[in-house]
Design a binder for this molecule. Structure first.
Ligand code: ADP
Ligand code: MG
Length: 238
């Protein structure tokens, strides 16, 4: 997996500045959780890292290589969205292997990777099913499977559980944690769920109005919030 470095990054849309002075160093295998209110720039930051949005100023490095001008494909990063975005006409196995088939991987390799990922995700018995015959949690697992089979350098998650009910969310949270332990994958995970942030993060990045307010372990943010905004979010007395 990969280290990632964001230096003085900025994003503007015309005269509107939505991200400013973003600096962040992410270690190999680290699980970073981005939190902050709606509209503070979380998705934009993820999309910039993935190469889906141009960076207006500054630098993004993956494994010490500046990737600013690389297209998404060449960055080797997988993104998992909240909308399941599965292909309805393809079964689970074909959904999971689609990106490998696009890359013209050979059949035994594809079969291997799908088997491996589906075992990790408990999807082994569902490979022939179409998405409409799956539960919400199972669909979300397939979406993760699609990312895993590519063996990317890093995973980006944009509120992947926000469409699920509370019970399922809790269950998936535990699975994501298990999966992260098994894969050791560098991950950036966006959520506005405080519990998700506190339980999943190695470090939390608290954002507000396009700026990073504080970076630290869940305990550091809880014990020593940098300002009222962070205190309010984490639920600590401040
Ligand atoms: P979050 O994911 O934290 O809710 P976003 O990254 O989606 O926030 O959006 C950050 C800000 O950027 C918002 O004010 C949003 O309206 C603005 N924004 C996002 N995409 C565009 C765009 N394509 N053009 C103009 N403004 C945008
Ligand atoms: Mg968003």
């Amino acid at each position: 997996m990969a280290t990632m470095e964001i230096r003085s990054a900025r994003k503007t849309y015309g005269t509107l500045c939505v991200l400013e002075d973003i600096n962040l160093s992410i270690g190999d295998g680290e699980f970073i959780v981005l939190v902050g209110p709606s509209g503070c720039g979380k998705s934009t930051l993820l999309r910039m890292i993935a190469g889906l949005e141009e960076i207006s100023a500054g630098e993004i490095r993956i494994e010490d290589r500046v990737v600013n001008d690389l297209p998404p494909k060449a960055r080797d990063i997988a993104m998992v969205f909240q909308s399941y975005a599965l292909y309805p006409h393809m079964n689970v196995a074909d959904n999971m292997s689609y990106s490998l088939r696009l890359r013209k991987a050979d059949k035994p390799t594809i079969a291997d990777k799908v088997r491996d990922a589906s075992a990790k995700l408990g999807l082994g018995a569902l490979l022939e099913r179409k998405p409409k015959a799956l539960s919400g949690g199972q669909r979300q697992r397939v979406a993760m499977g699609r990312a895993i089979v590519r063996q990317p350098k890093a995973f980006l998650f944009d509120e992947p559980l926000s469409n699920l009910d509370a019970r399922l969310r809790e269950q998936m949270r535990a699975e994501i944690r298990k999966l992260h332990r098994a894969l050791g994958a560098t991950s950036i995970y966006v959520t506005h769920d405080q519990v998700e942030a506190m339980t999943l993060a190695d470090r939390i990045v608290a954002m507000h109005g396009g700026h990073i307010q504080q970076v630290g372990t869940p305990l550091e943010l809880y014990d020593r919030p940098a300002n009222l905004f962070v205190a309010g979010f984490i639920g600590s007395p401040g």
